[in-house]
Every structure is written in structure tokens, then in C-alpha cells.
Design a protein around this ligand. Structure first.
Ligand code: PHE
Length: 455
């Protein structure tokens, strides 16, 4: 088999995996999910899901990948359980679906970068119009998919790792700056209150379902992305501390982005519960406008540019999953696998692109989630792939790790690079969570929501 490449060191892995985790999920999706989930209670449930449920799943995924040095499908076979490789196949399908619509939102983001360069802050109010112009968005999305494919074609340490190392820290700095600035705006504290003071009386099963799906999406879990990235990690690297850094980076960027968004949102008196997927695109231009005609365009441009890059390090991981499969399993040359997959996924994304005003049937595709809310084709794919398939993928990974592979083997694998692990409380928690906590909670929520949707 051809050399697969790998991350050059632990830092490279952390940056690439944090690059995968931090993306549109944190900055675009998280705030409108918070609105859908009713505010602060959602935020708290989301945080609990990340630390208590997702963290153990992350350890399991990375350990499976590193143990086998293979992609999301082959790794199950190498461990000796070929029947379970369907988990990897399901993950590939989830990833393909996610990338198909994610690429469209990334297109909006590039478009906004150009609008900010021109200082066109009015664009916030014309968002609906902006995304309905499918021809322009299509150009941006095409550029974005080509950029993703180009990086993935460069291979693991050359492309994926290098891009993440520079872009991630810069994004964090600008978000911290914007958050501090947002606090100086009048009325910002109402937003902070909405975001931080929970009202648990409004929590429903839908809130929990949304928070759980968001946690999986944001941490790139449940679809084999971290099995694949784990397969490129060195045996001497400490998986636990890596996973802690990745989780903290992701969760802190999401929570900070939320804080900033709600401060800006309430200070501008915008109708916060109508925006849906357009929330950040309607709110942020107003915030940049308030900074004046010099600073506004500069920071606006920088922000959307960095958001595009954050999205890029995520799309790279989404594309890497099917590519690694084609390379390892079918012996395809990396470049060929990349362009084939990227092309296919791009085509699959066209209905999502057209469903934002251009084609009415796709724009009002379905009424779902038990809510009386019309949803576009994109909302529909997003609902299925991120909120349903990822937690189910996570559930299956827990079942596989504990009842098929055996947690003893997991612990053995994690001990490489972390010899004290076996006796640590983290090991006890991770095994407990993978065995009981995660499967029960993920299983119950998945079943209840599926029944709720289809019955
Ligand atoms: N975590 C990414 C984000 O928040 C999206 C993603 C999901 C990437 C699943 C890979 C796998 O933007």
C-alpha cells in the first residue's frame, strides 16, 4: 500500500482536528440553534453534551483510527469486525450530505467578504435577496469546493495541517476583539442576559435533540472524521490531552461567538427569532457599520475572510473521509479520488443552492421537526445529516467500542503516549460513559425524535 502520510506531530494533529471542529458550525450554526432552542438553557445543555457525551466518543474515534491507521470503513475491518464497517459507510454518507450544503453556506461567507471589502453593510438587510441569487453564490461555492479539493489533494501534513496552524489562532484573536467591542454597544447586556440566564421551563425534547446534534456537528463527531484524522496520529502522542485541547478550542470559540452575536443582535434591536440560517449574515454587517467607514470594512472583511478559512479547514476534513476511503480501499490515486468526490458532492449540493429563494419547491421543501416551520431543502438535509445521523453514528461507535471491540482494547491504545491513563479517573469516566451514559442518552433521544418525526 502506498504511504498514507501523517501529521508531523501532536500540535499538528490538534490544530488540524481543531480546524475540523471549528467552522461554520460554531459561528453560523450555533447562534441560530440557540435561538431555536430558546436561549441560555440550550447553551447549557449543549455544553453538557460536549463534555459529558461527545468527549468520550471523540476518544473512541481517535483511538480506533490510530490503532488501525486506516480510514473510517477499513478500520472496523482491521479490528476484526467487518460487519461493523457499516458505521464507517454511514459516516461517509453523513459527511457527503453535510459537505453538500456546507459548501453553499461557505459560498455566502465568501460573498460577504467581498461585500465587506466594498463597505456594503446594507447587505445584511438584503440577505434573502443575496442568497436567492444562485448564479453568484454558485461561483463562490465553486471556488470554495476547488480550494477544499486543492488542499486535500496536497495530503495530510502538507495541506491540511499547514493551513490550520496559521488560521485558527488568528480567528480566535479577532473573535475575542469583537466580543469585547460588542459589550460596549448600547443594549448589549439584554443579549448577554438572553444568552446566559437559562429558563429551563421551556426545555423540551426538541431542545435536547438540537443541542446534542449541534454538539456532534460542532465537534465533527459521529461520522468518522476523527477516526480518519486519528489514523494519521503518531503512537507517542497523548490522545487525551489532544482531545481536551480540541474540545476546549471548539467549545470556547462557539460560546464566545454566541456571546458576541447576541450582544450585537440585541443592541441593534433586530428580530432575533426570524433570522434562521441567515442570523449572522443579517446581524454582523450592522455591527461593522457601527464601527465607522474605515474600521468597519477592515474588520468586516477580516472577519468573513477568517470565517471562510475556518470553514475551509472543516470542509477539508469532511472531504478527507470519503477520499481516505477511496485511497485505502480502492487504491485510487489521491488526486483522482479528491476531484471525483469533490465533483460529486458539489453536484449534490445544487438543490441546497437553489432552495434559498430561486426555486420555490426547494425553498419550501418540507415542514418538519414537529414545528410548524417551513424548511428549505438545505434545512432538511442539515436536519437529517447533522441532527439525526451524527448522534446515531456516535451511538453506534459507543456500542461498537464497548460491546464489540472491548473498552480494554481502547484503554490499551490510549496508553500509548499516556502510560498512566489506565489508572486515571478519565479512563474510568470514558469507559463508563461509552458503556452506559452515551448509549442510553443517545439511543433514547434518537428513538424519540425519529418516532416523533415519522409517526
Ligand atoms: N465541525 C465542523 C463545524 O463546526 C463541521 C463538521 C462536521 C466537520 C462534521 C467535519 C465533520 O463547522
Amino acid at each position: 500500500m502506498a504511504a498514507r502520510g501523517g501529521f508531523s506531530n501532536k500540535f499538528g494533529f490538534i490544530m488540524a482536528a481543531a480546524g475540523s471542529a471549528v467552522g461554520l458550525g460554531n459561528i453560523w450554526k450555533f447562534p441560530f440553534e440557540v435561538v431555536d432552542g430558546g436561549g441560555a438553557a440550550f447553551v447549557i445543555i449543549y455544553l453538557l453534551c460536549c463534555f459529558l457525551l461527545c468527549f468520550p466518543v471523540m476518544i473512541a474515534e481517535v483511538a480506533i483510527g490510530r490503532k488501525t491507521n486506516l480510514n473510517a470503513v477499513e478500520s472496523f475491518k482491521k479490528l476484526g469486525f467487518p460487519r461493523w464497517s457499516f458505521i464507517g459507510l454511514m459516516g461517509i454518507i453523513s459527511g457527503v450530505l453535510i459537505l453538500s450544503f456546507y459548501n453553499v453556506v461557505a459560498g455566502w461567507t465568501i460573498g460577504f467578504t467581498f461585500q465587506m471589502i466594498q463597505g456594503n453593510f446594507e447587505i445584511g438587510q438584503q440577505f434573502g435577496h443575496f442568497i436567492a441569487d444562485w448564479k453568484t453564490i454558485m461561483i463562490y461555492s465553486t471556488v470554495f469546493m476547488i480550494a477544499t479539493a486543492y488542499i486535500v489533494a496536497q495530503g495530510v501534513s502538507g495541506g491540511i495541517e499547514k493551513a490550520s496552524k496559521i488560521l485558527m489562532p488568528t480567528l480566535l484573536v479577532i473573535i475575542i476583539g469583537l466580543t469585547l467591542y460588542s459589550f460596549t454597544q448600547e443594549g448589549a447586556m439584554n443579549g448577554v442576559e438572553y444568552y446566559l440566564i437559562p429558563d429551563f421551563s421551556k426545555v423540551t425534547i426538541q431542545t435536547i435533540y438540537g443541542a446534542l446534534g449541534q454538539a456532534f456537528f460542532s465537534l465533527s463527531l459521529g461520522m468518522g472524521a476523527l477516526i480518519t484524522y486519528g489514523s494519521y496520529v503518531g503512537k507517542k502522542d497523548n490522545l487525551i490531552s489532544s482531545a481536551v485541547y480540541i474540545t476546549l478550542a471548539d467549545v470556547s470559540i462557539a460560546t464566545l461567538a454566541g456571546l458576541m452575536m447576541f450582544a450585537f443582535l440585541f443592541s441593534q434591536n433586530l428580530p432575533y427569532d426570524e433570522g434562521g440560517a441567515g442570523l449572522i449574515y443579517t446581524v454582523l454587517p450592522g455591527a461593522f457599520a457601527s464601527m465607522g467607514s474605515t474600521l468597519g470594512p477592515i474588520l468586516g472583511t477580516l472577519f468573513f475572510l477568517l470565517l471562510s478559512f475556518a470553514a475551509l479547514t472543516s470542509t477539508v476534513s469532511l472531504l478527507e473521509v470519503p477520499v481516505a476511503y477511496l485511497v485505502d480501499t480502492f487504491g485510487l490515486r489521491r488526486k483522482r479520488a479528491v476531484w471525483l468526490t469533490a465533483g460529486g458532492i458539489y453536484l449534490l449540493g445544487i438543490p441546497s443552492l437553489l432552495g434559498n429563494g430561486a426555486v420555490p419547491e426547494l425553498t419550501e421543501f418540507i415542514t418538519y421537526v414537529g414545528a410548524n416551520k417551513a424548511a428549505s431543502f438545505m434545512d432538511f438535509v442539515e436536519g437529517i445529516a447533522s441532527n439525526t445521523m451524527l448522534p446515531i453514528g456516535g451511538f453506534l461507535i459507543c456500542i461498537f467500542t464497548t460491546y464489540v471491540w472491548n473498552t480494554k482494547n481502547l484503554v490499551e491504545e490510549v496508553k500509548n503516549g499516556n502510560p498512566e491513563f489506565a489508572n486515571s479517573w478519565i479512563a474510568s469516566y470514558v469507559t463508563f460513559a461509552l458503556k452506559y451514559l452515551c448509549p442510553i442518552i443517545l439511543g433514547v433521544i434518537s428513538i424519540v425524535t425519529i418516532l416523533d418525526k415519522f409517526l
